[in-house]
Design a protein. Structure first.
Lengths: 170, 187
């Protein structure tokens, strides 16, 4: 044991860890009762509610500066990624489940799911022609999330309760 | 992407199809195979057994509810691992006080030394040193060296820049080196 060791080799030599007890007994209640297929109708409905809410939020620009379109085709990938990172930090920092209605929480979860889907595409794309467009899509989605949570925070600061389901009916 | 990952388990298509039909035994088999890889990933990224357990639980619930969306265009283990990584990072974002930091040092980017002192061959010493790293630094090290993600992939998943990932990797390796050489005086 006297030679330096490459960090990859050292980490890969570490043993697998196991939880103190199996979680399967409590997990098995989540086994779907029927065949599991993509829930497109539900996803589309959630997106529709989110879209209505986002349209309402677009009147006052609460994102700290519009991004869409400004970077253009010539904008470089690094700028898009930096902007995405900044917005993502804001998106999570602004979330406050304790002060949010169920519909706001659901909208945040929907955004997180859509972010995960975009990230999956980015992983598969890995520098392909659509990479910049996907990053722009990610930025747009995060901007919507930031707007949503800023509005929610503003309502809370005024002692009011922000509910997307009610807001979308107005 | 490296297949040295503990997740790299070939799951038969027949088992996946059974799970998609709601077969509890198929899900149980999937759980048995991936329990330790998911738990270990959760522990390395989040740092605490309780958090690793939550990562395992939430990841498996997502696998059960979203398996219908797995199209089979890539290995099942990669799809499942992505769910686990997302769950662990989401938990880190919410709990880590330093997650929002974006500091990048040019000195870090220039340091490409990936060698650790011989003490790193001792699992207990290496784990103790790893535990002293900031969560986000330790996560970058693990995702890069153990799971085989490149800097662009890590940046995407963490919502950070490529430079940040490179800087964390370099700084983390150096810090690990220091901790292993002087384990009693570092902190």
């Amino acid at each position: 044991m006297s030679q330096p060791i490459h960090i990859s080799n050292a980490l890969q030599a570490l043993p697998l860890e196991a939880p103190g007890h199996s979680l399967w007994p409590q997990l098995q209640v989540h086994v779907p009762k029927h065949a599991v297929w993509p829930k497109w109708p539900l996803a589309l409905a959630a997106s529709a509610v989110l879209a209505v809410a986002i349209l309402q939020l677009q009147a006052p620009d609460l994102t700290g500066g519009a991004v869409g379109g400004q970077l253009g085709a010539a904008g470089n990938l690094q700028r898009l990624m930096d902007r995405s990172a900044q917005l993502e930090n804001d998106f999570y920092a602004l979330q406050d489940d304790a002060q949010s209605s169920a519909t706001v929480i659901a909208a945040n979860l929907s955004i997180e799911d859509r972010l995960a889907a975009i990230d999956g595409q980015l992983m598969a794309e890995a520098g392909g022609a659509d990479t910049a467009a996907l990053w722009q899509e990610r930025i747009d989605l995060l901007s919507q999330g930031v707007s949503l949570n800023r509005t929610n925070a503003a309502y809370n600061a005024d002692g009011r309760h922000y509910d997307l389901a009610l807001a979308s009916l107005n | 992407m490296s297949h040295s990952s503990h997740f790299a388990i070939d799951v038969p298509d027949s088992l996946i199809q059974r799970a998609k039909r709601g077969d509890g035994k198929a899900f149980e088999q999937i759980y048995r195979w991936f329990e330790r890889p998911i738990y270990t990933l959760g522990l390395r990224l989040c740092g605490q057994p309780s958090e690793a357990q939550e990562v395992l639980q939430d990841s498996m619930i997502k696998v059960m509810t979203k398996i219908g969306e797995f199209k089979g265009q890539s290995p099942f283990w990669g799809w499942l691992r992505q769910i686990a990584v997302n769950e662990a990072l989401m938990r880190l974002r919410r709990t880590s006080k330093t997650y929002g930091d974006e500091d990048v040092y040019e000195m870090d980017l220039a340091d490409g030394n990936a060698l650790l002192p011989p003490q790193a061959a001792e699992a207990a010493q290496l784990l103790a040193a790893m535990q002293k790293l900031p969560d986000i630094t330790r996560s970058v090290l693990w995702l890069y060296h153990m799971e085989g993600f490149n800097h662009e992939e890590i940046a995407v998943q963490m919502g950070k820049s490529v430079s940040f990932s490179k800087s964390q990797l370099s700084r983390g390796t150096k810090k690990l080196r220091d901790l292993l050489i002087e384990p009693r005086t570092q902190g």
